[in-house]
Design a protein around this ligand. Structure first.
Ligand code: OGA
Ligand code: NI
Length: 301
């Protein structure tokens, strides 16, 4: 898996090359030296664990409604095998779209910590979107300028120990919907796997690192130069695991489509234009099944 370090400007070109290659070949990389204080990432993990340990009645004050809150996600039918996970979805940016009634007040610093983390992840997300825009041969701000108002959605994942890891997945295979995902995962327990050449490859946790991956929207905006990658989470028999996914991309009301600069005779347009909210509606109301959601955007030849 590709590694990206922001050590010095001197090696920026080399690092950009590594980053771009990792994103093209893997669609995933681990970011180290990302500049977000370890104290903040550690506190993020701690508040998730503290929230999960609250009594169920307390957590049900934030019960999931319309894709926001605590509970189980991607339930499309009564007879489907559910993923072995409790999740919590919160819109974190733009600030005015936060639905504060879903934001826990316990632990007491939950809201403040998430707020700080959301802003840090936005900065990092903008940095990566600019670098990936440059690597694709575009002006640096191509993936963000048109989308000045950006959306950030957080998903907390809690995977309890599972008596039969062979029978249940923590999270079914899927690609992520927004442009970029930044995942903070447990240091101790391996669970995330990515699909490469039809094989499932575990992503070994690196303490302090953030796992970054390409989502469907960046695949669309880059006209397929970058591809979202299928991934899943497995369960463990005797250990639980948490992860915190931050999905980042254009605002919900934005019309999204491939950057016109990337389309020519040799590179025909592969995706149609659509409103992001319609894509997300389709995404969140179905089951998770690999990369099926991107069919919504593909132009069939
Ligand atoms: C996700 C995701 C993986 C993990 O939340 O979209 O892929 O390891 N999570 O929890
Ligand atoms: Ni995912």
């Amino acid at each position: 898996m590709g590694m990206f370090m922001r050590d010095s400007d001197l090696c920026k070109q080399k690092e950009l090359e590594k980053l771009g290659m990792a994103c093209k070949q893997w669609g995933f990389f681990q970011a180290v030296n990302h500049g977000i204080p370890l104290s903040l990432t550690e506190r993020m993990k701690a508040i998730v664990k503290e929230f999960i340990q609250l009594p169920l009645e307390e957590k049900l004050n934030y019960k999931i409604e319309e894709f926001e809150g605590y509970g189980q996600a991607f339930v499309a039918s009564d007879d489907q095998i559910l993923d072995w996970a409790d999740i919590m979805y919160l819109t974190t940016l733009p600030q005015e779209e936060r639905k504060m009634n879903f934001w826990p007040t316990k632990p007491v610093d939950f809201r403040e910590t998430v707020d700080q983390y959301a802003l840090e992840i936005q900065k990092l997300g903008n940095t990566f979107l600019c670098l990936l825009s440059e690597y694709a041969g575009l002006k640096a701000d191509c993936f963000i300028k048109k989308y000045e108002k950006m959306t950030q959605l957080m998903r907390l994942n809690y995977y309890p120990p599972c008596p039969r890891p062979d029978l249940a997945l923590g999270l079914s295979p899927h690609s992520d919907g927004y442009a970029l995902t930044v995942l903070l995962q447990d240091d101790e327990t391996v669970g995330l796997q990515i699909c490469k050449d039809s094989e499932w490859i575990p992503v070994q946790p690196i303490p302090g690192a953030l796992v970054v991956n390409i989502g469907d929207m960046l695949e669309v905006m880059s006209n397929g130069i970058y591809k979202s990658i299928e991934h899943r989470a497995i369960t463990n028999m005797d250990r639980d695991r948490i992860s915190i996914a931050m999905f980042y991309g254009p605002a919900r009301e934005t019309e999204v489509g491939p950057a016109p600069e990337l389309i020519d005779e040799l590179h025909p347009c592969q995706y149609r234009r659509f409103i992001l909210a319609d894509y997300m509606q389709n995404f969140l109301s179905g089951k998770l099944e690999g990369k099926k959601n991107i069919e919504f955007a593909k132009i069939k030849s």
